[in-house]
Design a protein around this ligand. Structure first.
Ligand SMILES: *Cc1c(COP(=O)(O)O)cnc(C)c1O
Length: 356
């Protein structure tokens, strides 16, 4: 830290993104990207003409994309907010909806960015432990007394809470915003998007990064009551009105137009997830029941740290957190069937080497 940095950030611990090796030599199963490329429609849309238009600013309202998303999710364009990745929405939400009297409430084991945003804005954070089986007890979030943030399905467990449970959280927190982060919803969970019509305090956050093969384009969106969207826009127009670039807007439109392609990929990934889960359990692993595009697994025969390091040496990158209660686990992104075969093979080798 230089002597110029404001003292209020002295204690801030920034988020650590997963490794993004630039030599591309790994079977990359560490940051929950899609193993499948963008749809042919996206390729076609990012034409020379589109690149020529880069000299002009993009539409700050993202009108066309918002209309397309509204039609897809059965809401109005006034219920959609677009952002530079969904991290941006979380950032804006902590800025907009938290203060001295409205802290934030989220699971102790969840997306690592939540506590960072809380720290960034000096917001009091209540971190609630998961149950023994790593599930979220929704009752812990009823009458929470602050902005509730729940990833559903949760990361890195992949486990979800039900729509009825979310309803109860919404009903018992009428004076606080409840954020349901649905980054992984397309891989088999039950979305609560339809509840935005009933609950003005619900903010559903989704992203093109995981199920829509666009992590590199940075595009997220929120679905909520018009009032909450207005609040997020106020923050956006006070920081960076052009938060989504032209090429990403164009790619996003083409991606929504080819939604079927992505939903088919999600089905393939879910099938691969089930096969991989069964194979790892066969090898003696404990694997949590995931409805996401990753699994959380541990083995009594090898530590999480050794599995992570051993796999990396063999060219397979998974995510290791080394955090209390989950230090035995690794999080494995579901790739193609071929990639998962390699993972299983290298894991078997490691277990064998451990015994020798
Ligand atoms: C990946 C992820 C995000 C952020 O994704 P963006 O790439 O910023 O859209 C948000 N929440 C959770 C739980 C995630 O795993």
């Amino acid at each position: 830290m230089s002597r110029f940095m404001s003292a209020r950030f002295a204690g801030l611990e920034a988020y650590t993104p997963g490794e993004q090796p630039q030599d591309m030599q790994y079977v990359k199963l560490n940051t929950n990207e899609s193993p499948y490329p963008p749809s042919p429609e996206v390729f076609a849309r990012l034409s020379r003409e589109e690149i020529e238009k880069l000299q002009l600013y993009p539409d700050p309202e993202g009108k066309i994309l918002r209309q397309k998303l509204a039609a897809l999710y059965g809401v109005g364009p006034e219920n959609i907010f677009l952002s530079n990745g969904s991290d941006d929405i979380l950032n804006f939400a902590f800025m907009a909806f938290c203060d001295e009297s409205h802290g934030a409430v989220f699971p102790e084991i969840s997306y690592g960015f939540y506590p960072v945003y809380a720290d960034l804005y000096g917001v009091k954070a209540k971190k609630i432990p998961l149950k023994e089986d790593f599930s979220i007890d929704h009752k812990d979030y009823c009458h929470a007394g602050g902005m509730v943030v729940i990833a559903n399905p949760n990361a890195p467990t992949g486990m979800e809470i039900s729509q009825a449970q979310i309803r109860e959280i919404l009903r018992t927190n009428p004076d606080n915003v409840v954020i349901i982060d649905e980054a992984y919803i397309d891989f088999g969970g039950t979305s609560c998007v339809e509840l935005v019509k009933e609950y003005e305090n619900l903010l559903v956050v989704q992203t093109f990064s995981k199920s829509r093969s666009m992590a590199g384009a940075r595009l997220g969106f929120a679905i909520a009551s018009a009032g909450l969207i207005e609040d997020l826009n106020k923050i956006k127009y006070s920081t960076n009105p052009y938060n989504i670039n032209r090429l990403t807007l164009a790619a996003g439109e083409a991606a929504v137009d080819s939604n079927e392609y992505y939903m088919e990929n999600c089905k393939k990934i879910a099938a691969t997830r089930e096969r991989t889960t069964a194979a790892l359990r066969e090898m003696g692993f404990t694997v949590l029941d995931s409805v996401a595009n990753f699994i959380f697994a541990k083995s009594d025969a090898i530590s999480g740290a050794a599995l992570y390091a051993g796999l990396k040496k063999k060219g397979v990158l998974v995510r290791y957190f080394g955090k209390k209660r989950i230090e035995d686990f690794v999080r494995i992104t579901i790739g193609t069937d071929e990639q998962m075969e390699i993972l299983l093979e290298k894991t078997k080798e490691l277990l064998k080497e451990g015994k020798a």
